[in-house]
Design a protein around this ligand. Sequence first.
Ligand SMILES: *Cc1c(COP(=O)(O)O)cnc(C)c1O
Length: 376
Amino acid sequence: MTQEKIWLSSPHMGGTEQKYVQEAFATNWVAPLGPNVNNFETDIERYLNQDVYVGALSSGTAALHLGLIMLDVKPGDEVICQSMTFSASANPIAYLGATPVFIDSEYDTWNMCPVALEEAIKDRMAKGKKPKAIVPVHLYGMPAKMDEISAVAKQYEIPILEDSAEALGSAYKGQKCGTFGAIAALSFNGNKIITTSGGGAMVTHTKALKDKAVFLSTQARDNAPHYQHSEIGYNYRMSNICAGIGRGQMEVLDAHVALRRANHQFYKELFAEISDVTVLTEPSSDFYSNHWLSAILLTSFEQREALRLAFEVENIETRPLWKPMHLQPVFENSPFYGATVSESLFEKGLCLPSGSNLKAAERLRIEKVIKDFFTL
Ligand SMILES: *Cc1c(COP(=O)(O)O)cnc(C)c1O
């Protein structure tokens, strides 16, 4: 008998989502605009608590794409991007005909190494091109070293496009992730910390930038009775149905962050006596991770694969860490700066089931696999 699948991270409804969706039907706002969209944006603005302006979009990828456009990235430009990430951090750079310049990670947070970042900027400038933007990521919810990264960005006057797709609810020195960059992207895909089934948002610091994002996301229509266009537009706005799900999800966001953090605590205690394993943990009290995914490092690629397969046999989903972009065939011609940190993390790392809906009985099944594997 195969047991029910334990997912890495699956949607977790709070209970009020359908009320907002039904409201949309009842009022016939079944469109990519309406009260749910506006209210969802206000909910996020209040949550982030930094006088930000939020535009709800169809995906996090769309937010990154429009963010790069608004930072004036053009064909032939270079954009600096964390190498260890999901491909959606880098793909929009390629959509625009620009070249990603990838940066290695550091071992504390697994995110963009500020030292390699500066080295890259100096070298690209010496080669005659100043990068147009810097895209750091808060991997698995762990905030990047934003003080150091921001200091480099400021010194060379390069704007930050913050990929906060995995980090809604995380904070660095008390400031919420998604509020550090000139522009930031959030994601509400099905596996993220909250979901709208699919969706994303752009976070900006001025109403003008938010308005620009909404304008571009609704086909860039000029103000005229007929359809008049002076710019290329996109169909990237969020649907009022999806935003209804989002409003319900915002009501349980903090509770779900607490549950994910409890999963992390569970893994920390479980692995406390297993010297082969390190759990990705906040390096200091400056960092507050939503622990979207709990991730561990093993001693070798072989050991990681063996553990992954041991989980698979028990119908438990785990996943290797993001494969660095500079090692992906599609980006093989892009420059890379740093050493082998992200490569080594990829070889030895594994993400474990981390859903806010993970049940006690499921934890027991996970615990058994781990204890058997390390024969405790
Ligand atoms: C999920 C994710 C994205 C893309 O978000 P979508 O809403 O799926 O388009 C971008 N960057 C990172 C790091 C992500 O995890």
